[in-house]
Design a protein around this ligand. Structure first.
Ligand code: CAA
Length: 389
C-alpha cells in the first residue's frame, strides 16, 4: 500500500525578549482586555539585535540534527516571508551553522504564511520519490508592523524545524489536500519596506473565505467528514482567529455552533501562539506543537490543518498522530522556549523596533545580547556574519 510519510521530529525556537500586551496597552491606552480576550494575545516575542530568522531557525533545527544525525538529510527547505536577502537562501546559513553535508539542496520558499505548509508538502513529495531520504523543513519569521498601527499587537517571532521522513514517529500526513487561491491585497510587504501593510478587516474575511474554499475542495476530493477530526490546527495571526475560523467552518457545514465545541477543537493549539505572537510561516506548526505537548493521548486521532497565507493561498489537509509519539516530543524544551525569554519595557521594545543596520557596506559588529546558541555577529561588506555564541 501507500507508504506513510510525515513529521518524524518537530522543534520550536523563539527569541531572547518578550513584550507583554499589558505593557503595550499601558503605553497606547487600549483596554488590555481587547488584546487578552479580543484577539487572544498575552505577549509577543521580540528578537534581540543579534537574533533573526536564521538564528531562530538554526536554534530550532540543531536538536533535530543532534538526535537523528544528518546522514539522510538531502534537502533543506526554508520557508519565510521575512527574508534577510533577496537572492541567497537563508537556509544556507543554517546549513553552515549546523555543519550539514555538502551533498544537500537548500532552497527558500515564499507565499506569506502559507510557505511552511508548502514546504511540508514539497518535502513529502521528495520523500515519496526516495523514502530513504529525509527533508529538513524550517519555517522562521519575524512579524513586524508599524509602531502605533492596529497590527502592532499581532507581532511576534518564532521558528519551527521539522524532519520529514517515511515511517514518521509523530504525524502521518494524509491525502487529499483541499486547495484555494484568490488574488487579494489583504496583507503584503513591498520590497522597500521592513514592516508589513495590512487591511485588517479584509484580511480576516479573506482568511474565512479561504477556509470555506479549501474545505469545499477537500470534501470534493473525498476527504474525511468534519466529525472525523479530533482537533484543528489553524494558522494563528492572533489566537482568536482560530476560533473565528473554526466557527466559520462549522457554519459552512451546517453544524450547530457553540463556543464549547469550538474550544474543544482548537483549545490546546493556542498555548504557544498566545504568548509568542504571530510567527507567520511557523504559526501553524506552533499550533501543532502546542496540541501535541498539552493534549491527552492523541494516538491514531485525525488532526485537521488549515494553512492560510495572505495574498492569498490556503491548504487544508489531515494528519494522523502516530501511536507512541509522546516519547518523541520535546515538550519540556518547548515550554522553556517560552519561559526563558526576558521581559522588556516599552522603551527598549521601541528602540529595537526602530533600529536599522546601516546599509553602507561597512563593518558593523552587533552587540552581544542573545543567550541562545547562535547569533548574528555583524554586518561586513554587505554580508551577514553568523556564529555560534
Ligand atoms: N474586551 C474584550 N474584547 C474586546 C475589547 C475589550 N475591552 N475591545 C475590543 N475587543 C474585541 C473586538 O470586539 C474584536 O473582536 P471581534 O473581531 O470578535 O469583534 C477584537 O477585540 C479586536 O478588536 P478590533 O477589531 O477593534 O481591533 P483592531 O481594529 O485593533 O484590529 C486586527 C485587530 C485587525 C486583528 C489588527 O490587529 C490587525 O490588522 N492585525 C494584522 C492583520 C491580521 O493579523 N489579520 C489576520 C488575518 S490575515 C492572516 O492570517 C495572515 C497573517 O498572518 C497576517
Amino acid at each position: 500500500g501507500e507508504i506513510a510519510i510525515g513529521i518524524h521530529d518537530l522543534s520550536i525556537a523563539s527569541t531572547e525578549y518578550v513584550l507583554t500586551h499589558a505593557t503595550l496597552a499601558a503605553q497606547n491606552g487600549a483596554p488590555v482586555g481587547k488584546y487578552e480576550r479580543g484577539i487572544g494575545q498575552l505577549s509577543m516575542s521580540v528578537p534581540a539585535l543579534d537574533e533573526d530568522i536564521v538564528t531562530m531557525a538554526a536554534t530550532a533545527a540543531a536538536p533535530i540534527v543532534e538526535r537523528h544525525g544528518a546522514d539522510r538529510i538531502r534537502t533543506v527547505v526554508f520557508a519565510t516571508e521575512t527574508a534577510v536577502d533577496q537572492a541567497k537562501a537563508a537556509g544556507i546559513h543554517v546549513h553552515s551553522l549546523l555543519g550539514l553535508p555538502s551533498a544537500t539542496r537548500v532552497v527558500e520558499l515564499k507565499q506569506a504564511c502559507y510557505g511552511g505548509a508548502a514546504g511540508l508538502q514539497f518535502a513529502i513529495s521528495l520523500v515519496h520519490r526516495d523514502p530513504a531520504e529525509q527533508v529538513l523543513v524550517i519555517a522562521s519569521d519575524v512579524s513586524r508592523y508599524d509602531l502605533g498601527s492596529a497590527g502592532e499587537a499581532t507581532q511576534g517571532a518564532a521558528a519551527v524545524a521539522m524532519l520529514v521522513s517515511a515511517a514518521p514517529a509523530v504525524l502521518r500526513v494524509e491525502d487529499p489536500s483541499g486547495l484555494f487561491t484568490a488574488d487579494v491585497m489583504d496583507f503584503w510587504r513591498p520590497n522597500y519596506r521592513t514592516t508589513a501593510l495590512v487591511d485588517g478587516r479584509e484580511s480576516i474575511s479573506a482568511y474565512l473565505q479561504a477556509v470555506e474554499g479549501t474545505w469545499k475542495d477537500y470534501t470534493e476530493r473525498g476527504g474525511h467528514p468534519l466529525g472525523a477530526f479530533r482537533a484543528f490546527c489553524y494558522h494563528q495571526p492572533f489566537t482568536r482567529m482560530a476560533h473565528k475560523a473554526h466557527h466559520h467552518l462549522l457554519n459552512c457545514c451546517g453544524r450547530e455552533v457553540d463556543d464549547a465545541a469550538v474550544a474543544h477543537a482548537v483549545g490546546h493549539t493556542t498555548a504557544y501562539n498566545a504568548v509568542i505572537g504571530n510567527s507567520y510561516t511557523a504559526s501553524l506548526f506552533l499550533a501543532l506543537a502546542a496540541l501535541l505537548d498539552n493534549a491527552d493521548d492523541l494516538s491514531e486521532q485525525a488532526i485537521g490543518f488549515l494553512s492560510y497565507g495572505s495574498g492569498a493561498v490556503a491548504e487544508f489537509f489531515a494528519g494522523r498522530v502516530v501511536p507512541g509519539y509522546r516519547a518523541h516530543l520535546r515538550s519540556a524544551a518547548h515550554r522553556a522556549v517560552v519561559s526563558r525569554r526576558h521581559d522588556i519595557d516599552y522603551a527598549r521594545y521601541r528602540e529595537i523596533h526602530e533600529h536599522a543596520f546601516p546599509a553602507d557596506g561597512g563593518h558593523h559588529p552587533v552587540p552581544h545580547e542573545t543567550t541562545g546558541p547562535f547569533r548574528l555577529a555583524g554586518l561586513s561588506g554587505h554580508k551577514r556574519i553568523y556564529e555560534p555564541r
